[in-house]
Design a protein around this ligand. Structure first.
Ligand code: OGA
Ligand code: MN
Length: 298
């Protein structure tokens, strides 16, 4: 086999020695000693993939990788999604969305409030995200944590009456439901063009979805993007959704990620919702996000 194709085939790459250490919480694991700047062997990729399915959040410590290396690693999991807010895509790397509160020359350099409400990335699309990766570029000395709630556990522990009330029902997801809320100097968001609005027309998904790889059921609603339950009167829909949201984020379902320099965090949007805790506006925070496309929920 010619050298060039050998180098591009992951079957010929050496395995790396690395540890997978689950957190004490019922979600998340830390991956220590793996270097994502090197292409992963098939065996290493299989271990990482399984850890992602088992723990839903994989925290890769100490990753000194370029945007292109983040993109290459992300692509091993699927097709990448390009965010609708084109103004916040990294120059020459549109697969990367800049998540940042930094303002330069009066212009925000990235999406400042990527996760003010609990949400699953791109649940407002027909094909929501499989998972997202955030790579820390600049971290504040205080705050800036990201919280993850395990929606398999939320479904498994949901009171019987609530389960019966929502099983088989669908809900509407909309990108614009909270888009303009809190639109102010600290939480600036560009006005969407009609073309952008057309890309984020609302969609309907089942309230209880089955994970396509593990077969486990999970709730699939969130305060960030879910607006109503199909076929129910508004007040009933509101009340049920509020009960589901409250149950989803009970402390025993949640892992709070406190960022360390050079962390790369890869979570499963089919199993979790997440939230940005926020940080004082005068402190700089910048992360690079890649978003992998998933299947239509069923
Ligand atoms: C995201 C997101 C949370 C954070 O980038 O999808 O929700 O803590 N970010 O920045
Ligand atoms: Mn998000």
């Amino acid at each position: 086999m010619p050298a060039a194709s050998q180098a591009s085939s992951s079957a010929y790459l050496a395995d790396q020695a690395f540890d997978i250490r689950p957190f004490a919480e019922k979600v998340g694991a830390e991956i220590i000693g793996l270097d994502l700047s090197r292409p992963l062997s098939d065996a290493d990729f299989a271990r990482v993939h399984q850890a992602h399915l088992d723990y839903h959040v994989a925290v890769f410590r100490d990753q000194h990788i370029t945007p292109q290396q983040q993109i290459d690693f992300s692509r091993r999991f699927g097709v990448l999604q390009i965010h609708v807010l084109k103004q916040f895509l990294l120059k020459n790397h549109p697969e990367i969305l800049i998540v940042s509160n930094i303002v330069e020359d009066g212009q925000p350099i990235g999406l400042g409030d990527a996760g003010k409400y609990w949400h699953s990335d791109l649940s407002y699309k027909e094909l929501p995200s499989l998972g997202s990766m955030l790579h820390a570029q600049e971290l504040p000395d205080e705050g800036g944590d990201t919280l993850f709630a395990n929606l398999h556990l939320a479904w498994d522990t949901l009171p019987h009456a609530l389960r019966e009330a929502v099983e088989g029902l669908s809900a509407v997801h909309s990108y614009t439901s909270r888009y303009s809320e809190g639109k102010n100097a600290a939480n600036w968001r560009p006005t969407l063009t009609s073309e952008q609005l057309a890309q984020v027309a609302e969609v309907t998904h089942p309230i209880v979805r089955t994970h396509p790889e593990t077969g486990r059921k999970a709730l699939f609603v969130s305060e960030g993007f879910t607006t109503r339950i199909v076929g129910l009167p508004e007040d009933e829909s509101r009340q049920l959704l509020d009960e589901l949201y409250a149950h989803s984020v009970r402390p025993e379902h949640v892992y709070r990620h406190q960022w360390q320099p050079h962390d790369l965090v890869f979570w499963d949007n089919r199993s979790l919702i997440h939230l940005a805790a926020g940080c004082p506006t005068e402190l700089r925070r910048k992360l690079f996000r890649t978003t992998i496309q998933g299947d239509a929920p069923f």
